[in-house]
Design a protein around this ligand. Structure first.
Ligand SMILES: Cc1ncc(COP(=O)(O)O)c(C=O)c1O
Length: 382
């Protein structure tokens, strides 16, 4: 019998809920992906590049033309001047970028601080590197970081910190002040940062994203990760990028070249064309998703769920305390699929040890208007 290197890992909650939703024909607001297509120009560009024969390995670092587009975007968005050759690498998804950053830095016995609830790939990646994940809970009310708790969790073995803003599952945003606090607490210690910014363009109500790329002191020790999948409504393309100072990029690439070597070539060409031709896509994204959030929240006002509109991401948390306080969130999510035809993610699944008494579900609003209306109609009947 094989002895598992990941004995605590089973099937992810996203797979479980999506499967259950399919079994019961429920509207799937659980897994985070749009039910609409990416921009036509992007899809056409991919088809064009496949037909043109751009189907062999790309350079290990990613196509230069796409790296240059990303560099130009970072100047526009954050005033960050990074070198596209030595600081930007195209990746087959943000998840691979995160995995490689952890493998590049974390050694046996090192500790990595993550903030719970968090995206489920962080902890297994740390475990595979021989490290130990230290889970610091976010404030259960507004999902902000308690810097005293973080400071208490720091030890001489702390090697890495994983930030995520806008935050999955809550949508909460890290502020510039948070970044300053982190920089002070890390000081000169040999500690690195992964800043998971895959929802960087999905921020609402006119708020600006506080990117680590705009914080010189933190950037000096950071891997900043993003995902074209989220930004261009093509999550199945699994294409992203990582930005890190040259010395960190060199180490990161040593891992990447033996994990995936490169991203998918024709998709990189297509993204480069589309970014060059349609820079306005990024400017329109906040309003595009904010309209969906506002519609969904307006419709949910007729329900017995309580919630605060999400400040970022395409997720909305809802509290079911007034509906079925007798059920834990996994039972509630299963009951909703079976009895009411809507699938959600139980937030406790994203904690190492769930917050006692918390009754939260995560709903994805990256959906067509008709899907949101149908789902809300069902949710209002619960
Ligand atoms: C916080 C967070 N990080 C990373 C990812 C992974 O992005 P990708 O699909 O590009 O690997 C996701 C996807 O859901 C996410 O929510």
């Amino acid at each position: 019998m094989i002895t598992s290197k990941l004995p605590n890992v089973g099937t992810t909650i996203f797979t479980t809920m999506s499967q259950l939703a399919a079994d019961f024909g429920a509207i799937n607001l659980s897994q985070g992906f749009p039910d609409f297509n990416g921009p036509q120009g992007l899809l056409d560009a991919a088809a064009r590049h496949i037909a043109a024969g751009h189907n062999q390995y790309s350079p290990m670092t990613g196509l230069p033309t796409l790296r240059h587009q990303v560099a130009a975007k970072l100047v526009r968005a954050y005033g960050a001047a990074v070198n596209p050759d030595t600081e930007i690498t195209i990746t087959p998804g943000a998840t691979e970028a995160i995995f490689c950053a952890i493998q590049a830095v974390v050694r046996s016995g090192d500790e990595v601080i993550v903030f719970d609830p968090c995206y489920d790939s962080y902890a297994p990646s740390v475990e595979l590197a021989g490290g130990k994940c230290v889970h610091v809970k976010l404030d259960p009310g507004n999902f902000t970081i308690d810097w005293q708790r973080f400071s208490d969790a720091l030890t001489s073995r702390t090697r890495m910190v994983v930030l995520n803003s806008p935050h999955n599952p809550s949508g909460a945003l890290i502020t510039r002040d948070d970044l300053d606090q982190l920089a002070v607490l890390i000081g000169d210690h040999d500690i690195y940062v992964i800043s998971d910014e895959v929802y960087e363009h999905l921020i609402y109500d006119g708020v600006q994203h506080a990117s680590v790329l705009a914080h010189a002191q933190l950037y000096a020790r950071s891997f900043v990760v993003s995902s074209f999948g989220k930004t261009y409504h093509v999550t199945g393309w699994k294409t992203g990028y990582v930005v890190a100072p040259p010395a960190l990029t060199t180490e990161w690439r040593k891992v990447h070249q033996y994990v995936n070597f490169c991203g998918v070539t024709p998709l990189q060409w297509a993204l480069a064309d589309f970014m060059a031709e349609h820079p306005e896509h990024l400017d329109a994204l906040p309003a595009f998703y904010q309209a969906k959030r506002d519609l969904f929240c307006d419709l949910l006002k007729g329900s017995r769920f309580t919630f605060t509109p999400s400040p970022g991401t395409y997720f909305q948390l809802v509290d079911y305390e007034h509906i079925r306080p007798d059920l834990d969130d996994l039972q509630m999510a299963e009951w909703m699929i079976r009895e009411h035809g809507v699938a959600a993610i139980p937030v406790s699944a994203l904690y190492q040890s769930p917050e006692p008494g918390q009754r939260l579900l995560r709903l994805c609003f990256a959906k067509k208007e008709e899907t949101l209306r149908q789902a809300a109609e069902k949710l209002c009947l619960i």
